[in-house]
Design a protein around this ligand. Structure first.
Ligand SMILES: Cc1cc2nc3c(=O)[nH]c(=O)nc-3n(C[C@H](O)[C@H](O)[C@H](O)COP(=O)(O)OP(=O)(O)OC[C@H]3O[C@@H](n4cnc5c(N)ncnc54)[C@H](O)[C@@H]3O)c2cc1C
Length: 432
């Protein structure tokens, strides 16, 4: 049987992870798939700040042979401190470095761009090894997108917008994130309903800034809440001398926030100006963070939403990671789901190489329980933790203080079922 021709759209976390899982499979080199990875950027994107890898996600990093490289680049965050405008701590939650419980700081905290780079380099080296044995490996195509996807039952025919080329693939995998165009092209207008905003309309900006001395004395994340449903985190960076920032705004009354996330004509300058308006006079250290944000070159802004679809495949097109089942930055599970999904999808493709429907149904059955748990945020969260008034902020501080001094939080984390990533079974090999 001829090897499968597979197109993966998106080269961030899930895309290169899938390419590596497919090529590391224990099948003769002549049967390894021919993979094309298409990325709309000119090269690997460096933006993005702290992301978590938990439970089975760490097992997959180990299986891909990159756990050591990843652990060498973590931000070493010690935990989370909730602070007020005078920098007083109202509660602190220490990281669980055993990776066994679901503390806000995960076993592995790493910058998104760093993890993406490690995954890309691994995909490229595995591909080189396959090519050295006479296989096809991976062809990376940068700075292009698809503008048409058509299926005839046997093949998926795609058209590349920039190069103008057309090509047929056996399978197309959309790993192109929350605003996936693979999803909108294959599913049609119904795909718009798949992106479900978190209650209240939640928007986030991520960037890095120069660290203050106090940021580096201890490697704690500081989380400051302002009235008007705003919060800002300053967190450790992998490089000394730098810190990362994550701004959150919850507002469904300001249409500019949504436009800034979805309208392709909105530039980073527009997004930064909006965040300046919200945080310029928000108190605490916001002034310095906003000043540094205006200078930042790795600024990333998006709406914080979830993706919910009845099924993750249409014919020979299947979705992976945020494109199919984004759980949102507040779940702490987006990256872990992308890694678990890549491993499981590769296994299911090898199990049913001639029957994509069966392969994709199996992938969905194996992933769905984990995704359902990851997408289940605490009731009203994150709106409930972002009060509108100063009085509401004080109440949150008081609540967190009680959890902290009574040690109830730590106990709940220990007694709880643990995060969904810990109960996931990771199949031993890709051919199972
Ligand atoms: C630049 C960036 C910064 C991020 N920063 C953070 C962060 O700070 N904190 C956090 O929690 N999460 C962040 N995320 C989201 C996080 O990476 C994901 O939630 C998670 O890792 C799952 O990854 P994914 O590979 O499924 O999707 P994503 O990481 O979203 O990757 C999608 C990839 O597809 C590419 N792409 C999009 N459309 C097309 C297209 N039409 N054609 C070709 N390629 C396309 C994108 O450029 C990107 O490389 C960020 C994502 C990106 C892209």
């Amino acid at each position: 049987m001829a090897p499968l021709e597979i197109l993966i759209v998106g080269c961030s976390i899930a895309g290169p992870a899938l390419a590596t899982c497919l090529l590391l499979s224990d099948v003769p080199v002549s049967q390894k798939p021919h993979i094309t990875v298409l990325e709309r950027s000119n090269g690997m994107r460096t933006e993005g700040q702290n992301i978590d890898v938990r439970g089975a996600g760490v097992t997959i990093l180990r299986r891909l042979g990159i756990e050591k490289a990843v652990r060498a680049k973590t931000t070493r965050e010690e935990g989370v401190r909730m602070v007020d405008s005078r920098n007083r701590t109202w509660g602190q939650f220490v990281a669980d470095k055993s990776g066994k419980t679901s503390t806000p700081t995960a076993d592995i905290e790493i910058l998104r761009g760093t993890l993406a780079k490690i995954l890309f380099q691994r995909a490229r080296s595995v591909s080189d090894a396959v090519q050295a044995e006479g296989g096809h490996g991976v062809e990376f195509v940068w700075a292009d997108t698809l503008d048409a996807i058509e299926q005839d039952g046997l093949k998926v025919h795609v058209h590349f917008a920039k190069s103008g080329k057309t090509k047929a693939f056996d399978l197309v995998v959309g790993a192109d994130g929350l605003q996936s165009t693979t999803r909108s092209m294959a599913w049609g207008p119904q795909a718009d309903d798949a992106v479900q905003k978190l209650a209240g309309g939640v928007y986030g900006a991520f960037f890095s800034i120069p660290a203050w001395e106090a940021d580096e004395e201890t490697l704690w994340r500081k989380w400051y809440h302002a009235s008007g449903r705003r919060s800002i985190m300053v967190r450790p960076h992998e490089q000394r001398g730098r810190a990362t920032a994550f701004m959150t705004v919850i507002a469904d009354t300001d249409a500019r926030l949504e436009r800034a996330a979805t309208n392709k004509n909105n530039t980073v300058a527009v997004q930064k100006a909006l965040m300046k308006e919200y945080f310029g006079e928000a108190g605490w250290e916001c002034e310095r963070v906003v000043d540094d944000m205006m200078q930042s070159t790795d600024f990333y802004y998006d709406s914080i939403a979830q993706v919910k679809l009845d099924h993750w495949s249409k014919g020979r097109v299947v979705l992976l990671g945020d494109a199919g089942y984004c759980a949102s930055a507040f779940s702490g599970m987006g990256t872990t789901l992308g890694l678990i999904g890549a491993w499981k999808l590769a296994g299911c493709i090898f199990q049913h190489p001639n029957d994509p429907q069966r392969a994709f149904d199996l992938y969905e059955a194996r992933m769905q329980p984990t995704v359902a748990l990851a997408q289940k945020l605490a009731p009203g969260f994150p709106r409930s933790l972002h009060p509108a008034t100063d009085w509401g902020v004080w109440l949150i501080h008081a609540f967190v203080w009680v959890l902290w001094v009574s040690r109830v939080f730590g106990l709940l984390m220990k007694l709880g079922a643990g995060p969904p990533a810990h109960s996931v079974q990771v199949e031993e090999t890709q051919v199972h």
